[in-house]
Design a protein around this ligand. Structure first.
Ligand code: PLP
Length: 448
């Protein structure tokens, strides 16, 4: 890591725990300008903070600096996309070199072929892949693909499962799971989507008995729904029910891919998927999504010698743009070389244990769910197994934790979800500081 970056992180580590942030004067000014020209002054509601968002200026390693010059240790890491930290030198250099050759060719290009080859060699059960610009888009196309392949319409998804803002899958994300997830979302778009309770065998069996499903889409580790890993026996049952009924199993690995293992949730949990949806990390910090699967299924996207209504359409102006492909390739090559997965697993497990132990010491219910390089803090007396359990934790305390962390120079998103993403750029000292700040929060809570 270049010198400047180290000094920034050391500054944060050295700061006294009681240190409060400087004012957010310029963030407020940016907000006042932004809200005139963008609804709520932002582009994604989860980035909102009360009374106004923090506007960021730059990121290096594990550190982000806002427009007022406040420095934070970042556990949001670009929505979990930055597994190597912000502005990793090799990725920046490869992007600079690529930009000199043209940022957007609008033609098939070399890094596209190389990244596809890499993904096919790394991700189990992916013979072929197609690129999109976001995870949402990848889920949209994969939904179309499974419907075309199976000649069925109904998709099973998990309560609390987030697959992006695509109509058919934006159902049952938040409590109450039978409510509308967005205005302007016609029932006709979600009526062929059925909800399954994560890690619940009865719910799985009932759903398969009552519906002929085209596919089930599942995150190997429920993300937005609380960083809850799938139980292996439950996932195996899902695989078996899919096989018995001719249903395709889609793993949405937008969070877990290249994070919990190089080969993602399939490798980590030892269960095979028919189709894999990817995003975040594999774009190296550039906008990305991808979906892949067996040659047989993916061949439906091959337009050659087919009528239009026999081909599953996928495409887009920026699909497989060379900037994204280059950053993704560089990132994956570094991950293959550095193999940080053992360290991620140990770091995350240890941190989870320390936070839970502090809860016990201070007499406050704390449970931490985790997978390598990602964990979530829940203020409840047991580890949640699904999203309804996640949402039954102490919400007020979760919000207060967010404020406390922010005040102490630790940032993550959002205030009602204590989810933390680690990267290769986070040092043990920084993680220790997170644990210390958490302890100071618990002591503060005891005073309430
Ligand atoms: C599991 C999962 N799938 C899909 C998406 C949507 O990806 P994107 O935000 O790139 O559209 C997300 C985003 O957080 C996600 O966590």
């Amino acid at each position: 890591m270049p010198e400047g970056e180290i000094s920034l992180s050391q500054k944060v580590i050295r700061d006294d725990i009681e240190n409060t942030l400087m004012e957010l004067k310029r963030s407020k000014e940016y907000f006042e300008r932004a809200e005139k020209v963008m609804p709520a002054g932002i582009n994604y509601a989860i980035r909102w903070l009360d009374p106004h968002p923090v506007y960021m200026h730059e990121g290096h390693g594990s550190i982000v600096t806002d427009v007022d010059g406040n420095v934070y240790t970042d556990y949001w890491m670009g929505h979990g996309a930055l597994i190597l930290g912000h502005a990793r030198r090799e990725v920046v250099d490869s992007l600079k070199a690529r930009a000199e050759l043209g940022t957007h060719l609008g033609f098939p290009n070399e890094p596209m072929v190389e990244l596809a080859e890499r993904i096919v060699s790394i991700v189990p059960n992916v013979d072929m892949v197609r690129f999109t610009n976001s995870g949402t888009e990848a889920n949209m196309y994969v939904t179309r693909l499974v419907r075309a392949f199976t000649h069925r319409e109904v998709i099973g998804k998990m309560e609390g499962g987030w697959h992006g803002g695509f109509d058919s899958l934006q159902k049952g994300v938040h409590l109450p799971f039978d409510g509308k997830e967005s205005a302007g979302l016609p029932d006709s778009q979600t009526s062929d989507t059925v909800l399954i309770r994560f890690n619940d065998e009865d719910s799985l069996k009932d759903t398969f008995e009552s519906h002929e499903l085209a596919a089930v889409v599942v995150e190997p580790v429920l993300g937005t729904g609380g960083i809850v890993p799938a139980e292996k026996s439950w996932l195996r049952l899902l695989r078996r029910l899919c096989d018995e009924s001719g249903t395709l199993l889609i793993f949405d690995e937008v969070i877990t891919g290249f994070r919990i293992a190089l080969g993602g949730g399939q490798e980590y949990l030892g269960v095979n998927a028919d189709l894999v949806v990817m995003g975040k990390i594999m774009g190296g910090g550039m906008p990305v999504g991808a979906f892949g699967g067996s040659r047989e299924i993916m061949s439906l996207l091959d337009h050659r010698n087919k009528r239009r209504d026999e081909v599953v359409f996928h495409g887009g102006t920026f699909a497989a743009n060379p900037m994204t492909m280059t950053a993704g390739l560089e990132t994956i090559e570094i991950l293959e070389k550095e193999k940080p997965y053992g360290l991620f697993e140990r770091e995350t497990e240890e941190t989870a244990r320390k936070l839970e132990d502090l809860g016990k010491d201070r007499g406050i219910n704390v449970s931490v769910t985790h997978a390598p390089a990602v964990f979530a803090v829940h203020f409840m007396d047991r580890k949640p197994r699904n999203a309804s359990e996640t949402y039954s934790g102490d919400r007020g305390r979760t919000e207060r934790l967010h404020q406390w962390m922010l005040k102490n120079g630790i940032i993550y998103v959002g205030k009602d979800m204590a989810h933390f993403f680690l990267s290769t750029a986070h040092s043990q000292e920084e993680i220790d500081r997170l644990v210390d700040v958490f302890d100071s929060f618990l002591l503060e809570e005891k005073k309430r």
